[in-house]
Write a protein that binds this ligand. Structure first.
Ligand code: SAM
Length: 190
């Protein structure tokens, strides 16, 4: 498969690919239309567990439909409707991969946008639960007012994450007009 260096989702998948097949516990924190969940489910081991969270019922339903239509229903996917900062606390096992694709549901209600307070709260819980070498991947979209506010707060928070415990970096296109998306990559050090 060819991954173009084009957008945050392609970049996120490319960076995650070698880790997904080794992971035991994976979480899609904002499953939306199910593209990220399908990517993770397609590459994960048969005995791995993937949690798919979204605050909207319709997103959870769309994600399930997508996985069923792609023949991925044999994978262990736990679907939950709710806010990720509540739901992630219920995962008992160490998390190997957590994916946040922030913003609103494309072809859905653009008024339902991830919020910096709950996003950062959920990331803080992930930082406690993430396994050694585990990855938290966060795609942020500063192109809207809500997205810009969220990305600013997120950057400030991620810059304060202790270097002794985590490597934190970002990827961003630099020749795009307007405000290109940003991909933040957090890895727990060994
Ligand atoms: N990952 C999705 C995909 O592959 O299709 C796209 C996600 S979309 C950009 C952002 C999603 O975040 C929306 O579906 C929205 O409902 C969800 N969302 C917003 N606030 C949330 C929260 N507090 N907890 C969980 N999901 C949330």
């Amino acid at each position: 498969k060819v991954y173009p260096f084009k957008n945050v989702v392609a970049m996120s998948h490319m960076l995650l690919q070698p880790y997904v097949s080794e992971a035991q516990v994976l979480v899609d924190m904002t499953c939306g239309n199910g593209h990220d969940t399908a990517f993770l489910a397609s590459l994960m081991k048969d005995d791995a567990v993937l949690y798919a969270f979204d605050i909207q019922d319709c997103a959870v339903a769309r994600t399930k439909e997508r996985l069923d239509s792609l023949g991925l229903s044999h994978k262990t996917v736990v679907y939950r409707q709710g806010s990720h900062d509540d739901l992630v606390g219920h995962i008992a096992e160490p998390i190997d991969i957590a994916v946040f694709n922030l913003g609103y549901l494309p072809s859905g209600d653009h008024g339902i946008h991830t919020k910096s307070e709950t996003t950062i709260k959920a990331i803080k819980i992930c930082l406690h639960k993430i396994a050694i070498n585990g990855i938290i991947m966060i795609a942020a979209y500063p192109g809207t007012e809500a997205g810009a506010q969220e990305e600013k707060a997120l950057r400030r928070f991620l810059q304060s994450v202790p270097q002794r415990e985590f490597d934190v970096s970002l990827w961003q296109p630099i020749n795009q007009i307007h405000c290109p998306p940003v991909l933040y990559i957090v890895q727990k050090r060994g």
